[in-house]
Design a protein around this ligand. Structure first.
Ligand code: DC
Length: 229
């Protein structure tokens, strides 16, 4: 078991975990794992290669051989993501790809195929891991486990605003429905369902701004990892 410290940040989409976990990584100057991007890459690559989303063995093979590079200068920003040397940064963030990722992620062989790759992100001086099962399955020995949540309505509003900023107009009611369906699938699957890890600190971000959440997270880091700068 490695001594390199890990902070896990799990939660449903729109809970703010991407923003918060990137800020923690930036602040501590630690490495960062966006595990959702890996599931999105598997779904996108499989769709491009004509592999059906229900073909578990085919998807798992594809996941094992995934040729991906994260190119980043600034850990607070999303890196450029190259799949087979092609820039897919925007392609993996669509609702279609998110839904396909959620379906692929329900398949145990796909999760197993990505397990070691995710653990490979653990490098000195530390790792902040963002996902659904970081604290329960991938890094169960993490020093600090955070579970961020927010109401489905609030998460849909945030997603709506993000998409609007990108010039994409999506119906809010459709987004609420989509998010509720994705929550149901991610939370009810047999293999590593979305749920707070034992010992996780649960923060409801429905009525908290980013600064407030970061203040709570920093207090937790000082309390539980006093040796961390
Ligand atoms: O965090 P995200 O929206 O980019 O993740 C996309 C999908 O991938 C999400 O619906 C569920 C799945 N996922 C997962 O099952 N386990 C993870 N650790 C991360 C994401």
């Amino acid at each position: 078991m490695s001594d390199i410290p890990v902070i896990t940040v799990d939660g449903p989409s729109g809970s703010g975990k991407g923003t918060i976990s990137r800020q923690i990584a930036h602040q501590l100057q630690w490495h960062f794992l966006d595990s959702g991007a890996l599931y999105r890459l598997v779904a996108l690559g499989a769709m491009k290669s004509g592999i059906e989303l229900g073909h578990e063995a085919g998807l798992a093979d594809y996941a094992r051989g995934l040729e991906v590079r994260f190119v980043s200068d600034d850990p607070t920003e999303e890196p450029i993501i190259l799949l087979d040397n092609q820039d897919v940064t925007a392609d993996i963030r669509t609702e279609t790809c998110g839904n396909a990722a959620s379906k692929a992620a329900a398949l145990p062989a796909v999760r197993q195929a990505l397990l070691q790759r995710q653990r490979g992100f653990l490098q000195s001086p530390g790792l902040v891991a963002d996902g659904r099962d970081m604290g329960t399955t991938v890094f169960p020995a993490a020093r600090l486990k955070i579970f961020l949540t927010a109401s489905a309505e609030e998460r849909a509003k945030r997603r709506h605003k993000q998409l609007k900023e990108k010039g994409i107009d999506v119906n809010l009611a459709a987004l609420v429905k989509d998010i509720a369906e994705r929550d149901q699938r991610d939370g009810s699957r047999a293999s590593s369902p979305l749920k707070p890890a034992d010992g996780a600190v649960i923060l409801d971000t429905s009525i908290m701004g980013i600064d407030e959440v970061m203040a709570k997270v920093n207090a937790l880091i000082s309390e539980m990892m006093p040796d961390t700068k």
